[in-house]
Design a protein around this ligand. Sequence first.
Ligand code: GLP
Length: 238
Amino acid sequence: MQIRTLPDARAVALAAADAIAAVVRDKPGAMLALPTGKTPIATYAELQRRFGAGAVDLSRTTVWAVDEFAGPTRATPGTNSVFYRTHLGVPLRALHIPNPSAQDPDEHIAAFAAAIARSGGLDLCVLGIGTNGHIAFNEPPSGADAPARVVTLSPSSREAHAESFGGLERVPPRAMTLGVADLLAARRILVLATGAHKAAIVRRAIEDSPTADVPASWLQQHPDCAWLLDAAAATDLR
Ligand code: GLP
């Protein structure tokens, strides 16, 4: 894995936007997976700024979400559907997000993952990391072979979303996620982590042996995975 430590979150956002723009410049019809969460918001704002300046064009690029809550509607504040509408303000060829109100979420997310594979697979999968080591919504324990599925969210994941849903009791207990196996199938992976609250889990994901207890640690097995860290998130690295 390639580990790049940058001074601050702003520098991470610029470097992430550079990486995404480079993939799309090489292959305008690229397939990208892009995450939700607080971390990538500055990256998406930077992409929007570059689009406005005519410096990047994603109009032939297809974007796939990596996860979505199960149960609410596409209009429910806090869902990934609302997140992308709010934060990903660049014209795309297509944006695919699992339907949170799918009748059969297990079948729905399996079909969603199958559609990615059938369309040629992901050229770049951008990920964040949860404080418990989750990637997308692969909560611990998740093996490297974990498929797309419905998961029960951990207390820490639900707490992280309490504000956006307007209260902890409103955060759905379950979510749909691409599996660790689907994420590892991407041709390139870029992981973003910023802030001191990520330092301990970043160290475990990068330096400890891969384990289902830290799903992000499976990324060590990917042949082309890069981490972009700010100084605070890199503090514990030896
Ligand atoms: C979220 C998402 C993940 C994301 C992670 C980190 O709940 N399911 O895809 O990477 O948690 O979020 P944040 O960037 O807010 O720390």
